[in-house]
Design a protein around this ligand. Structure first.
Ligand SMILES: *Cc1c(COP(=O)(O)O)cnc(C)c1O
Length: 431
């Protein structure tokens, strides 16, 4: 039995002063019927908790840590930056360098604005798209997450053009009346939405590879056709690559699938573990931002020198190791997938792309959209999670999050993970 007393006591104290005891809901382990472990430190592929337990970490802080925890070179870059001042409220050289690096790797981001979070990036991208097209409506997909922006916190609702009702209290209906919900991977439905809303749709926003309902892959040509459809209706396409950017390949999902959105949002990896976000796109679109245009966007800590330094170092390391790292992390994810598929368990379906994967607890043969995802058995996932915790393996505490493989996961970690998965699956009696 693992010792958990310290985490339990800390959680008890946390609940008195922090709502639900957490600063972001998924951390509560509610979705897996458990209570959270408190992390004392993290290094490489491992988390160490306050009770002295060690875990192979696949949460990866939900995406930023492609080199694992506390990478020396990235930490050193941040420390060096701190020594020169933690924030200036003024221009500095490295902001330009980061924007150039981003443009170099993601050419559709001809110009980039930095923010302090992915949420700010999507919020601003939507404002920008609405202003540029002079239209109000946006299309978002069920199960895609774009941060906690009012207009985008809508997901439920079946039917063809279900106008979003907010999925959180506190969001006025007026905020979501211009948000149209669509089903991912369903092009016909999208066509119908466009023909019902002629000249009203500013943009489609999507995760090109959704990873916030578990990993779901776009069907062949789907992204291409979606962009064509939007453009033929004079609407913009916003790729939310906050997870997929610099993750699926160095140039993100748009490089992987050879498509070009109008606006892209990134975050996570480009901050090297520090708070960051960015949105960028065509020059003519980005140029309407204040002060070169009328659309307002700002931020006290936008372009923060510490986050920017860590981000630059991360991208430079990725660039230097590109050939090896992306095939390496993919190989590790594929190994886990193939080893588990050999067991021929009918009630687990694995979606994987690059270093992202999700084990869906479902008997369906494909998981292609949110409706498929909702058919998964959360109880079984919760038991699976808790079995793994006991074995020192930390997968995401929800069926709806992706597992992230980082460069720091060793062959040994991966072998032990497969062993642990097999054991956990066996004790669940899954067939
Ligand atoms: C994490 C995430 C966001 C929000 O980023 P924050 O930094 O948490 O605000 C937006 N979009 C996607 C796809 C994400 O995964």
């Amino acid at each position: 039995m693992k010792k958990t007393i310290n985490s339990k006591l800390m959680f008890k104290a946390a609940k008195k002063v922090i709502p639900g005891g957490v600063n972001s809901p998924v951390r509560s382990f509610d979705a897996v019927g458990s209570s959270p472990v408190f992390i004392k430190k993290a290094k490489g592929s491992y988390l160490f908790d306050e009770d002295g337990n060690k875990y192979i970490d696949y949460i990866n802080s939900f995406g930023p840590l492609i080199f694992g925890h506390s990478n020396k070179e990235i930490s050193n870059a941040a420390i060096k930056a701190i020594d020169k001042g933690t924030t200036f409220g003024a221009c500095h050289k490295n902001e330009v360098k980061l924007a150039e690096l981003i443009k170099n790797k993601i050419p559709s981001m001809e110009m980039t604005r930095l923010t302090s979070s992915g949420t700010e990036a999507t919020m601003s991208a939507i404002r920008l798209a609405r202003a540029f097209t002079n239209k109000d409506k946006i299309i978002k997909f069920e199960g895609c997450y774009h941060g906690h922006v009012d207009d985008l916190l809508v997901q439920a609702g079946s039917g063809l053009t279900t106008f979003g009702s907010p999925s959180s209290p506190g969001i006025p209906k007026d905020s979501t009346k211009n948000t149209i919900i669509a089903e991912f991977n369903n092009l016909n439905q999208l066509k119908k939405i466009f023909s019902k809303n002629k000249n009203k749709i500013a943009a489609i926003i999507l995760e090109p590879v959704p990873a916030n309902m578990g990993v779901v892959l776009p069907r062949k040509n789907y992204l291409n056709e979606l962009i064509k459809l939007a453009h033929s209706n004079k609407s913009l396409v916003i790729f939310d690559e906050v997870i997929s950017g610099f993750r699926i390949s160095i140039g993100g999902a748009q490089e992987y699938y050879k498509v070009r959105p109008d606006i892209t949002c990134i975050g996570k990896i480009i901050g090297g573990g520090f708070p960051i976000g960015a949105f960028g796109g065509k020059k003519e679109i980005m140029s309407i931002l204040s002060p070169s245009g009328p659309v307002y966007h700002a931020g006290t800590l936008s372009g923060n020198p510490v986050a920017v330094a860590a981000g630059i170092k991360t991208i430079e390391l990725l660039e230097k190791k590109e050939k090896r790292i992306y095939s390496d992390i993919e190989e590790k994810a594929l190994y886990i997938k193939t080893e588990l598929e050999k067991l021929q368990i009918n009630s687990i379906k694995i979606n994987q792309i690059g270093s992202l994967l999700t084990l869906f607890m479902t008997k369906d043969s494909t998981v292609d959209n949110y409706k498929d995802v909702l058919k998964c058995d959360n109880k079984i996932y919760g038991k699976f999670f808790n079995n793994l915790i006991k074995l020192g393996i930390m997968i995401p505490p929800s069926q709806f999050e992706a597992m992230f493989i980082s460069d720091s996961h060793s062959r040994n970690d991966i072998m032990n993970t497969v062993k642990g998965f097999k054991k956990a699956i066996k004790s669940l009696g899954l067939k």
